[in-house]
Design a protein around this ligand. Structure first.
Ligand SMILES: NC(=O)c1ccc[n+]([C@@H]2O[C@H](COP(=O)([O-])OP(=O)(O)OC[C@H]3O[C@@H](n4cnc5c(N)ncnc54)[C@H](O)[C@@H]3O)[C@@H](O)[C@H]2O)c1
Ligand SMILES: O=C(O)CC[C@H](O)C(=O)O
Length: 367
């Protein structure tokens, strides 16, 4: 510091003594925060140069997923020929000046990407384009999840939490789980939070209320057009008054008809309109899923997660099935004891049967 700078500093302190003490307080708080700071978590995102990731990565880097005190190290996996484009994404992350982003690993080698991973968000897969059937995806994408399951098994932390997004998400998740036998089965989940959020959105729109007033809708089963968006136990709170969704909407024909098919076909409607599959809303749902799994759900609030079936609600073990769950201390629990009507049972079984068929086709494919 030059003599002039020192004189200016002394003068400034004389003129504004309180600013000095304020600076000191802020400085001390920063030091305290830094000494309390949790160790950075390693978060793998596959398909990192794709369209979902382009919306997702800034949300992870800015703390929306793990909170404002959690540093992150991003491990970005892409296929080799997309690495030049991934470099552009890395440059943008560097230029984003994200205080929580500690480091970035960008690679096309799954064993490098999954090394010591705490979280693995498996987005990388081919999306359905207009005119393609979902069944086409199974044959295109199954191999990816075998290789990535094997890499997770070999090099990730045994506590890694996995979220599969790439379609068909539930069955790809089952494949990754199958090829990673050393990782607890319950650590494998698939994304149906987007469907859950879509269901809330439709109810809110119908009632002219905010989505924050809509609670405990449920998505059962597969992330596909057989999913069952269920409003039977959901409620709304408007002006402090709690009402069941059934009573508030007062139109069961809609709730058991157009509402269900709108949510089931929303992904297809977005592809038809955008010519690309949903990305911004998918990224937002990914953040919701991991954040709630790690940081917990508000008291009394159900969210939907596709998790290994365990016989709950008479859905046989062995598929990845979307259930209502609550989360606490980094664990999810399937909500038990809900009444299931005959109408609901039929829909829950139909979506299970689709999952059982997908599982058979996927395993045959990888023989
Ligand atoms: N579960 C859900 O709610 C949900 C919602 C929206 C989209 N999706 C699915 O997510 C997937 C990704 O969608 P997108 O729009 O980002 O697609 P995209 O084509 O824009 O991006 C996918 C990326 O994955 C990469 N990739 C392909 N194989 C890979 C591999 N083996 N390892 C690493 N990266 C690989 C591709 O190079 C590409 O950059 C699709 O399968 C889509 O159907 C799921
Ligand atoms: O391919 C689809 O039908 C849907 C794509 C995506 O999973 C979505 O739900 O938006």
């Amino acid at each position: 510091m030059t003599t002039t700078q020192k004189r200016i500093r002394v003068l400034h302190q004389q003129l504004y003594p309180e600013s000095n003490s304020l600076n000191q307080i802020q400085h001390n708080q920063t030091l305290a925060r830094m000494s309390n700071r949790k160790e950075a978590v390693r978060v793998v995102v596959t398909g990192a140069a794709g369209q979902i990731s382009y919306s997702l990565l800034p949300l992870i880097a800015n703390g929306a997923m793990f909170g404002p005190d959690q540093d992150v190290i991003l491990h970005l996996l892409e296929v080799e020929f997309v690495l030049p484009a991934l470099q552009g994404v890395v440059m943008e992350l560097e230029d984003g000046s994200y205080p929580l982003l500690k480091d970035i690993v960008a690679t096309s080698d799954a064993n490098v990407a999954f090394k010591d991973a705490d979280f693995a968000i498996l987005v990388g897969a081919f999306p359905r384009k207009d005119g393609m059937e979902r069944a086409d995806l199974l044959s295109k994408n199954a191999g990816i999840f075998k290789v990535q399951g094997q890499a997770l098994d070999k090099v990730a932390k045994k506590s890694v939490k996995v979220l599969v997004v790439g379609n068909p998400a539930n069955t790809n998740c089952l494949l990754a789980q199958h090829f990673a036998p050393s990782i607890p089965k319950e650590n494998f989940t698939a994304l149906t939070r987007l469907d859950h959020n879509r269901a809330k959105g439709q109810v809110a729109k119908k009632l002219g209320v905010s989505v924050r007033d809509v609670h405990n809708v449920i998505i059962w089963g597969n992330h596909s057009s057989t999913q069952y968006p269920d409003t039977t136990v959901g409620h709304v709170v408007v002006n402090g008054e709690k009402k069941s969704i059934r009573d508030a909407v007062n139109d069961n024909k809609y709730l058991e008809g157009d509402f269900i098919s709108t949510v089931q076909k929303r992904g297809a409607a977005i592809i038809a309109a955008r010519k690309f599959s949903s990305a911004m809303s998918a990224a937002n749902a990914i953040v919701d899923h991991i954040r709630d799994w790690v940081l917990g759900t508000p008291e009394g609030e159900y969210v939907s997660m596709a998790v290994p079936s365990d016989g709950s609600y008479d859905i046989p073990e062995g598929v990845i099935y979307s259930y209502p769950v609550t989360c606490k201390n980094g664990k999810y629990t399937i909500v038990q004891g809900l009444t299931v009507s005959e109408f609901s049972r039929g829909k829950m079984v139909a979506t299970y049967e689709e999952l059982a068929d997908e599982k058979k086709a996927a395993l045959e494919q990888l023989q």
